[in-house]
Design a protein around this ligand. Sequence first.
Ligand code: ADP
Ligand code: MG
Length: 227
Amino acid sequence: SEELLRKSDMLSVIGQMAAGVAHEIRNPLTSLKGFVQLIQLEQSYNPKYINIILSELDRINTIVNEFMVLAKPQVVSFEQRNLNKLVLDVVTILETQAILHNCEIITKFSKQDALLMCEENQLKQVFINVIKNSIEAMPKGGKITITIDQPDEQNISVEVTDEGNGIPAERIKRLGEPFYTTKEKGTGLGLMVSYKIIRAHQGHMDIKSVISRGTTVLITLPINHSE
Ligand code: ADP
Ligand code: MG
C-alpha cells in the first residue's frame, strides 16, 4: 500500500507537470500564431516578426528539452568518473558564453582526482544549469569560483560561488519549483531538473545567497552510490 501511495503521488505530480508544460507552451504558441497571421494579413514580412517567431520557437524548444531530461525512461548507468574532469568539460562548454558576459570561471580542486560513481551526462546537466544561472546573475560580469573538495571519506562536494545579484531569503524556498523564474526568458526548470538529478545520486544541493553579494550552490555527492 505504501507502493500504491507512492505511485498515486507520482501520478499527481505527473499530472501537475503536464498541465504546467501545456500552459508554458501555449503562451509562445499563441504569440506565434498571432505573428504568422499578421504576416498573412500584410502579405509581406517585417524582419522583426521573424525574430520574435524564432525566439518563441527557441523557447518552446528549451522547455521541451528540459522536460525530456525528466521524461526519458531512466536508463541509469552509474559509472566511475573523475568529477574534476567532468566539471572542466562543462567549463569548456560554457566558456564562450562566460566570455561574452565578462565572467571568469576559476576552478579549485583539492585533489588531483575526485572519483565517484555517477551518471555522467546528468551530472553535466546539473553543472551546466547551475553555472549558467551564475553567469545570468552577473549582468556586468564577475567571478565564478568552483571548488571541489572531499569533506569526508564518503562524500565529494562541489561549491559554485558567484558575485551576482543574489536571491532574497523569501525566494530561496521557491527554488526548484517548476516554472519558478524571475527572468524574462527563463523557463524555471533548470533547478528543478538539477534537484531531481542530485536526489537520484543520493546527494544534496543547498543554496545560500546574500543580496547584491552573490550566491553559493553547494552540492554534496556520495562517492559510492548504492543502487
Ligand atoms: P531559470 O534560470 O530559467 O529562471 P532556474 O530553475 O535555473 O530557472 O532558476 C530559477 C530562479 O532562481 C532564477 O530565475 C533566479 O531567480 C534564481 N536563481 C538561480 N540561481 C541563481 C543565482 N546563481 N543567482 C541569483 N539568482 C539565481
Ligand atoms: Mg537557469
